[in-house]
Design a binder for this molecule. Structure first.
Ligand SMILES: Nc1ncnc2c1ncn2[C@@H]1O[C@H](COP(=O)(O)OP(=O)(O)OP(=O)(O)O)[C@@H](O)[C@H]1O
Length: 235
């Protein structure tokens, strides 16, 4: 699914926190959103996810506005994902049960994805008792189990150990190749941006300051603000 932002603006308390004239995100590509704290990255993602309304402007999904059919194809994971006070298995199977998938298929897919994310041993544990990293993996397994067309991730691997980061990145790349999933990832990890993203969008003060191919942005940024931002990271 292509995602198109047109004259999108978000204002909080008379302050514009996001102002995007035009952005075309193509089906099957992985986009990295980078930028300082408070730049408007999460606001943009929440608007695309349909969790927040823009003050002005529109988001199109292919040529459609957000509707029930579109919402069913999108999955969004926040910085602090919310898990139900139920077992890990119940949490992960929830999106399939919601879509009335038959039990045998649900059981098979849940087992597969728990193995993929290395959380199988936690299957009966109460999800609210998991560690931060474990919760993140379970939340992503739940987000991916229904095979979304659009994946929106707000810092999916903040505070995650390298082994789990690798599991999460592999899971994203695998689906991207197989399902042509359009993916947008907010990250403060430039190594991750390099590994995962086809293109990078640098946002500051609510504006897109620079957008281009990952290597161009990371190694040959043109905008002086992008240069300054990237110079603060060790790569
Ligand atoms: N519900 C809200 N009410 C008022 N202001 C808000 C609200 N949500 C976000 N903001 C403000 O909008 C600006 C952009 O916030 P946003 O969360 O999009 O930034 P971000 O780029 O994701 O930052 P971070 O890297 O810290 O997660 C910030 O100044 C924030 O304080």
């Amino acid at each position: 699914m292509d995602i198109i932002l047109k004259n999108l603006r978000k204002v909080y308390n008379h302050k514009t926190v996001l102002d995007i004239k035009s952005l075309y995100l193509k089906e099957g590509k992985v986009y990295g959103i980078i930028g300082p704290n408070g730049a408007g990255k999460s606001t943009m993602l929440r608007i695309i996810a349909g969790l927040e309304e823009a003050t002005m402007g529109k988001v199109f999904y292919d040529d459609k506005k957000l509707n029930d059919a579109v919402i069913k194809k999108i999955t969004y994971m926040s910085q602090r994902p919310y898990l139900f006070r139920k077992s890990v298995t119940n949490n992960i199977s929830y999106p399939l049960k919601l879509r009335k998938i038959e039990k045998e298929v649900v059981d098979k897919r849940v087992k597969e994805i728990m193995r993929e994310f290395n959380v199988f041993d936690l299957k009966n544990q109460l999800a609210t008792s998991l560690s931060g990293g474990e919760s993140q993996k379970v939340a992503l397994a739940r987000a991916l189990i229904f095979k979304p067309e659009v994946l929106l991730l707000d810092e999916p691997t903040a505070n995650i150990d390298p082994n789990s980061i690798e599991i999460i990145e592999k899971a994203i790349m695998k689906r991207n190749k197989e399902k042509n999933m359009t993916t947008i990832i907010i990250t403060h990890n430039m190594g991750q941006a390099k590994r995962l993203c086809d293109e990078i969008i640098f946002i500051k003060d609510g504006f897109i300051k620079e957008h281009g191919k990952t290597d161009d942005i990371i190694f040959r940024p043109k905008n002086h603000e992008t240069k300054r931002f990237l110079s603060l990271y060790t790569m």
